[in-house]
Design a protein. Structure first.
Ligand SMILES: Cc1ncc(COP(=O)(O)O)c(C=O)c1O
Length: 369
């Protein structure tokens, strides 16, 4: 059963041990949290092992070496270390945005079915949550942010807008030029967060980053994660890019040692491992094409994803299939608390995991019919 919790409680994917015990099965695969199935870069793992003897020391409070590596990777003249903040996951950066800019008297705006953390952090600050409507198609194959609807919801109290590009759990990306048209039209007093947790994947599919907008608009914050393509979800590290003024504000309120030593080091090494990046993206793309083909053959609609997951439509069979898959050792993400009870989200896994998922999905669908 899906735990019944408030729609704004974050529900992580079910864990493997729990499913093994509940159903008395050995082989369980987790395709629920958009993790990279390859595991972290070997370079990052080796570096982590070499520094364990120094863990009596506090980490670098400014994460300077990691910032330098990010700056080098981004390679844009207007991005210096002063424009970067490192966080305990990109969630920490999102939380800093809420703490700095939201309050009881302010409004926060994001599209319906957005990443649940936006709601959680806004609630913490007692800000009023306003949700714009998404654009969707009748055949359940698209669900993107409707920037016109978003614009129509802006009031004099709007302080922060969150746009995940691509979105989670939709997987849908917007062209950055559309986002720029939107940003151009709105007050510079409103902070616009472009959440690029899945940027590396969407870039593979031809979508551009919002980084080019940073120099032009002072009210933009870009967030990125090491949890997805770089497979460091367990160690918690992400970053934010913004004007020096905004970054300084975050530095004033963050914990001094918010990013642990191993996380800083592993993230830095990961950025320099281009072979690993390519291997991860290629593996994801092969898995993505395989899953899409199988969905097409099963006549299952799915949202157009530019990430490492696919959100697919099962209508009134969704809950039953979700539970049957769990009992067969396949953990997916139920999207009930995202207001999408007729969809499930599957993370692209290894070749064997993808094959097992499809096999068990077919079995579950047959049993229901
Ligand atoms: C859209 C989006 N933003 C941010 C995050 C948070 O990532 P992190 O692990 O870096 O905190 C996630 C994680 O699932 C996400 O999907």
């Amino acid at each position: 059963m899906v735990n019944k919790t408030s729609s704004s409680t974050y529900q992580p994917g079910r864990n493997i041990n729990d499913i093994q015990k509940t159903y008395g099965i050995k082989k369980v695969i987790k395709l629920a949290s958009n993790e990279n199935p390859l595991g972290p870069s070997k370079k990052a793992v080796i570096a982590a092992n070499t520094i364990t003897k120094y863990l009596n020391r506090y980490p670098d409070s400014k994460s300077i070496n990691l910032k330098k590596a990010i700056q080098e990777k981004i390679s844009k003249k207007n991005i210096t270390e002063d424009n970067i903040i490192i966080g305990n996951g990109s969630n920490e950066i999102l939380e800093l945005v809420a703490r700095k800019y939201l309050s009881q008297n302010s409004e926060v705006l994001f599209c319906k079915h957005s990443f649940l953390v936006y709601k959680i952090i806004s609630n913490t600050m007692s800000a009023k949550i306003i949700e714009s409507k998404p654009i969707s198609t009748k055949d359940n194959s698209f669900m993107g942010v409707d920037l016109d609807s978003m614009k129509s919801k802006i009031t004099s109290k709007t302080r922060v807008i969150f746009i995940a590009n691509p979105g989670n759990p939709t997987g849908v990306a917007l062209p950055i030029k559309d986002i720029e048209v939107f940003i151009k039209k709105i007050s510079k007093k409103i902070i616009v967060v472009i959440d690029e947790a899945y940027y590396e994947y969407s870039s593979y599919y031809g979508f551009k980053s919002g980084i080019s907008l940073l120099g032009k608009y002072p009210n933009i914050i870009i967030t990125r994660s090491f949890s997805k393509i770089y497979a460091l979800a367990g160690i918690r590290v992400g970053y934010g890019l913004a004007s020096k003024e905004i970054i300084n504000k975050f530095n004033d309120i963050r914990q001094p040692f918010n990013v642990n030593y191993i996380a800083q080091r592993m993230a830095k090494e990961s950025l320099s491992d281009d072979k690993y990046l390519k291997k991860s993206l290629d593996l994801n793309n092969i898995g993505m094409q395989f899953l899409k083909l199988e969905f097409d053959q099963l006549k299952i609609s799915y949202l157009k994803s530019s990430t490492n997951f696919i959100t697919f439509y099962l209508g009134n069979k969704t809950q039953q299939v979700y539970e049957m898959l769990l009992s067969e050792g396949v953990i997916l993400r139920s999207l009930e608390n995202y207001g999408l009870p007729s969809y499930l989200r599957v993370t692209v896994g290894t070749k064997d995991e993808n094959i097992m998922f499809i096999k068990k999905l077919k079995k579950s669908l047959k049993r229901i019919l």
